[in-house]
Design a protein around this ligand. Structure first.
Ligand code: UDP
Length: 235
């Protein structure tokens, strides 16, 4: 499958059309951003690692009954995906307090939550992805009630599947962000990527951070951390 026209370029990925109307190619870049893109850099081979990690995780999720946009991996940096209209909401699930939740509520990072916490953030960089709830989503016609229910059910199920999977490779899934889209105007499916850019992963036995916080907080050994996640995910 060949790329034709570039239709979108984001911070970490580029999306191209193909000759097939319902299929797109998602290209993974090495660019990294944090804090609303005020911090910029590149992580060597991040695109290659995230393409492989995401592909593997989407395959695991599909096998467990979660519909995703993943079709197949094409090469080191490209994945064939179903064309969706992205719902402009980032769904975050948190199992352990870190990052934004720690800052917003003055809680210590590492605090285990009694149950997973689901948050919605409106996808809008200039507004700093504000926290919203289901009423905003419904009232602003961002998604219907049925769609919200589907998104919520899939998100919690993804959390169960990935928590179990990461645990089997000695990683704690602290929190993560998902994006969903409408395929052919009707079906809600999981889209975007799932990688150390979008998940916090701490090594169970040592607490070592194997995710984008190494870039956000200048912790060093960023490439090594992503490589380690890829190595474990590929086992
Ligand atoms: N996240 C993401 N994209 C964003 C914001 C957050 O993928 O634009 C991920 C982030 O990597 C983490 C989870 O969502 O795994 C929760 O992030 P948080 O809200 O704590 O924000 P941050 O601390 O990254 O500002």
């Amino acid at each position: 499958m060949e790329k034709t026209i570039k239709i979108y370029e984001g911070k970490a990925k580029i999306v191209f059309e193909t000759v097939a109307p319902d299929l797109l190619i998602q290209y993974f870049k090495d660019d990294a951003t944090a804090f609303d893109a005020t911090k910029k850099g590149t992580i060597k081979d991040k695109g290659i690692m995230n393409n492989k990690i995401s592909s593997r995780l989407f395959q695991i999720l599909e096998k467990e009954g979660i519909p995703t946009h993943f079709v197949k991996i094409l090469n080191e940096r490209e994945m064939l995906i179903k064309r969706v209209v992205i719902i402009p909401v980032e769904v975050t699930i948190r199992n352990i307090v870190a990052g934004g939740m720690s800052r917003a509520l003055g809680l210590e990072e590492g605090l285990k939550l009694d149950c997973p916490v689901l948050e919605y953030h409106l996808k809008n960089d200039s507004l700093h992805d504000p926290l919203i709830n289901e009423y905003h989503i419904k009232a602003l016609k961002i998604a219907s009630l049925t769609e919200i229910e589907t998104i919520k059910n899939y998100s919690f199920k993804v959390n169960e599947i990935l928590t179990r999977f990461f645990s089997s490779i000695n990683l704690d899934l602290i929190d993560f962000k998902l994006e969903f889209g409408r395929f052919k105007d009707e079906e809600i499916i999981l889209a975007d990527e799932i990688s150390p850019d979008t998940c916090r992963l701490w090594e169970k036995t040592t607490g070592k951070r194997l995710d984008k916080d190494r870039f956000r907080r200048d912790l060093g050994n960023i490439e090594e951390a992503y490589q380690e996640v890829l190595r474990r995910v590929s086992k």
